[in-house]
Design a binder for this molecule. Structure first.
Ligand SMILES: [Zn+2]
Length: 74
């Protein structure tokens, strides 16, 4: 079974976030738990990064758009 990469989007000026791992949510619901989240940090100059949840599932975090104009905009 191939599981697609999870993607979480955060707003442009956020540096720390709490995300839900959907794979863990699925596993936890089987065990009777709910609300599996993990926290991370993405500096303002970083547009995207891949984080691992507490079980090691890969979650890609993407910033909505740049907080300031980039060289591409000039
Ligand atoms: Zn997970």
């Amino acid at each position: 079974m191939i599981v697609g990469e999870q993607v979480v989007t955060i707003s442009s000026r956020v540096t720390s976030f709490t995300a839900v791992c959907e794979l863990c949510t699925e596993l936890d619901s089987l065990d009777g738990y709910a609300g599996t989240t993990f926290g991370g940090r993405l500096d303002l100059d970083v547009d995207h990064a891949t984080f691992l949840c507490r079980r090691g599932h890969s979650v890609r975090v993407e910033r909505e758009h740049r907080a300031w104009p980039s060289a591409d905009d000039l």
